[in-house]
Design a protein around this ligand. Sequence first.
Ligand code: PRX
Length: 567
Amino acid sequence: MTNIGNYEEKYRSFDWSQAREILGYKEGDFLNIGYYCSDRICEQGKQDKLALIWEGMDGTVKKYTFDDIRVLSNTYADYLRSLGVRPGDRVCIFMDKIPDLYISALGILKLGAIAQPLFSAFGPESLITRLENAETKVVLTTKKHASKVRKIKADLPALEKVVIVEGEPKKLEDWEALFNLETAEKGEQFESFAADLETPSLLHYTSGTTGQPKGALHVHSSIFAQHVTAKWVLDLRDDDVYWCTADPGWVTGTSYGIIGPWSLGVTQCVLDAGFTAERWYKFIQDHKVTVWYSAPTAIRMLMKQGSEIVKRFDMSSLRYLTSVGEPLNAEAVHWSKEAYGLPFHDTFWQTETGSIVISNYPGMEIKPGSMGKPFPGIEATVLDLKTHEPVVESGKVGLIALKPGWPSMFRQYWRNEEVYKSKFDKGWYICGDRASIDKDGYYWFVGRDDDVINTGGHLVGPFEIESALLEHPAVAESAAVGKPDEVNMEVVKAFVALKPGFEPSDDLELDIMNFIRKKLSPLAMPQEIEFVSSLPKTRSGKIMRRVLRAKEWGEDLGDISTLVEDE
Ligand code: PRX
């Protein structure tokens, strides 16, 4: 039996007041995510249950019960209050995936302040735009990353304190402080800020195609949606050991790496180490992970290593696999069934939506390559590209749009009202993605609106081309973009990274071309394949097609602050 039961029935009967009931919230109660993810779980008698199993790069494992998380997040809240942090102030968390990251996030929320998590890999340039825009008051960081903040401190007048929570620099600046969670006086009790439904909680920066990154502001009532989606889409249960591979610098790592699982009182694992297939499989084996939430990029990297290596590990604990962030190719679903005996379930959402909005549900038939169907309580459609009226014909491509009003929807782009407003039309929030809906109501992703290729007036989505390429045994990853063409305006060019053991050659290019010709319409056929060793990606693992495209067109690269440089 799955948590959601019958999807169709739930979709018909659900309204968001039920999400409040499922969380146990009653009209007039105060609502604080920090409290709901720790104190309340302890009040339910789960104080001694493990909340966090953390494993570091060197193999060190640390374990925390829900009571530990409650007391330690109180300790953070007390400390931040002593620094003068007030409700509504922005506190940035800038560190690797160490336990302090997760615990301080709850501490900030308990205080009523706004948590602003940023990827620890960001350099000073990426940091300054986000700290400046948010007028961040305090940055929590570690010795390893503090020097990057030092470089820009003079240009950040609103930044009062930089707190180093791990390691000790030789000399402290007068605006720096040391804090050690292990030795700090523990906060046995802390009265969480009595937030209401609209009190701001988290500020997540997303980078647009052009211009500055935008700060999507969320509120405490987002927990209603994160709680019920974690329960019904990720199918989380009391005895699960859950692993979300995302970094909380990305919304997946907060919505489903903190709030969803902990508001359900579920044990979660964190691996703070770089990717290798062996390390990941061993992590699943050692901690007996049952539910795994990952991303297509990671899945493709695992596919690249092949299924033989899977057999060296005991992964029998796994019972449910989900994916987010990019289109999940049909090939990845088939492969995971073969390699792990379980399919990955695709989930679609955005920083702006705060929680999963379209998905494949446990118990519902998966059509490999499809994103699934709208979550109960989410009214979704695709809009005509020109008129922005809902498309009625099944199979016709349009823009994915959602009716505003679900609890975890972003409330604004921080100090950017104009761009916020531009996301809405005719009563719909427009996601900026193209898809079609089939006769059974399944959504089929085509591409980011900006990534769609216009060849001779025909629109081609990169996803179908990349999915065809991925089925070729030599292809590990690919990106399809439009390159300029005198006749057709644009033609398709594919960038391909090969699996180990394959070398670029004209013969291989021809072989791949012949292989995909059988699968694609002539319009979607690439005119050219360029072999590359890797593809440009964001910190959250998304392929940045627009960077490849801009190079083809000789255009400015736009905002590339989230681009992962070759290390
Ligand atoms: O283009 C879609 C893609 O990622 C975008 C949102 O990115 P971000 O704000 O970083 O949040 C991602 C995860 C919460 C979307 O507009 N995207 C996300 N999931 C999928 C996807 N594209 C296709 N299929 C998905 N399942």
